[in-house]
Design a protein around this ligand. Structure first.
Ligand code: RIB
Ligand code: CA
Length: 310
């Protein structure tokens, strides 16, 4: 019996965050110690309530705590054009009866790490504000983090600007703290998530799963697909679930060690994750950056995880 991997998922639901939570919620390799929430795709209140709604709808009973409502320095940029005014594109799931923890997200992280006899894997799939502020407030607990497996960044090209991916763009100062922290990092950026495409016929397969979660995720992927029509794909990229899949089965992605620096000064390049290749620049790599994924196995894992719900 392999030990379950204890994780804390930090998110900003968000359509793909929702799929990521549901993918993790019924996986026998993952033990969700807490879900923490950060402002990003929508305001903290909206993404917080969305996390509670999704977890309750999926019967995933874990502590939830709200974190920071704005980035460390910059003003908050949300992504209503992708995730809608409510952050879930109007998904028909009931309001939650669950309440968040009465302690702040970073204090809940600290409580869990202090009480755990094992190191905890952090899975941030939104802006890195909570993670950076945790590292600043509790430096003595850094060694209790097994690894940070994050969705964010892009070595080649962005989606918020031509050089920056949304999660890093929203709070580049936080990302800079995380990438300088010396905590082991796996970076699942757009380089790999743009290969994690769920095609139209696969979305139909998910929609045909005979339970309410399959229907919800199928509709969610259909809604995400509407945004990607202009990208010329019949389906959607699935960003956040790649980080979950990476923890469930690290061999599903191919990574390379890179020194990644975060651009903070650039007028047009704020939030770029600059990868330093080659002997002259790639000293002291600080992240394992994913560049490729076994897409078929990823989609299969997604489908199987949805089938586990009743
Ligand atoms: O760039 C994709 C990331 O930005 C995902 O985490 C998505 O949820 C949005 O937060
Ligand atoms: Ca997200």
């Amino acid at each position: 019996m392999t030990d379950k991997i204890p994780v804390i998922i930090d998110c900003d639901p968000g359509l793909d965050d929702a799929v990521a939570l549901l993918m993790a919620g019924r996986n026998e390799n993952i033990d969700i110690k807490a879900v923490t929430v950060v402002a990003g795709n929508q305001t903290l209140e909206k993404v917080g309530n969305n996390a509670l709604r999704i977890l309750e709808y999926g019967g995933i009973h874990v502590p939830v705590s709200f974190g920071f409502e704005k980035p460390m320095v910059r003003k908050l940029n949300i992504a209503a054009e992708v995730h809608g005014e409510d952050g879930l594109y109007g998904a028909k799931i009931p309001k939650s009866t669950m309440k968040p923890s009465d302690i702040h997200a970073i204090d809940l992280m600290a409580k869990i790490l202090k009480e755990s006899d094992r190191k905890i894997t952090f899975i941030p799939i939104g802006p890195l504000t909570n993670i950076a502020m945790f590292l600043r407030r509790y430096p003595e607990l850094k060694d209790k983090i097994e690894r940070i497996v994050l969705m964010g960044g892009a070595i080649n090209g962005g989606n918020m600007t031509s050089s920056a991916e949304f999660n890093i763009y929203v709070d580049p100062e936080a990302a800079d703290i995380v990438f300088r922290s010396k905590v082991p990092i796996t970076m699942c950026g757009l380089d790999v998530t743009h290969k994690a495409i769920v095609f139209k016929e696969e979305i139909e397969k998910i929609k045909s799963i005979d339970n309410k979660i399959g229907k919800l995720v199928g509709e969610t992927l259909e809604n995400l697909s509407k945004y990607h029509v202009e990208d010329g794909i019949e389906g959607c990229y699935l960003h956040d679930p790649v980080a979950i899949a990476c923890v469930i089965n690290p061999s599903i992605v191919k990574t390379m060690p890179l020194k990644v620096d975060i651009e903070l000064q650039g007028k047009y390049t704020r939030g770029a994750t600059v990868g330093n290749f080659g002997r002259r620049f790639n000293h002291n790599p600080n992240a394992d950056v994913a560049f490729d994924i076994d897409r078929e196995s990823f989609v299969q894992e997604l489908i199987e995880s949805m089938k586990r719900y009743r």
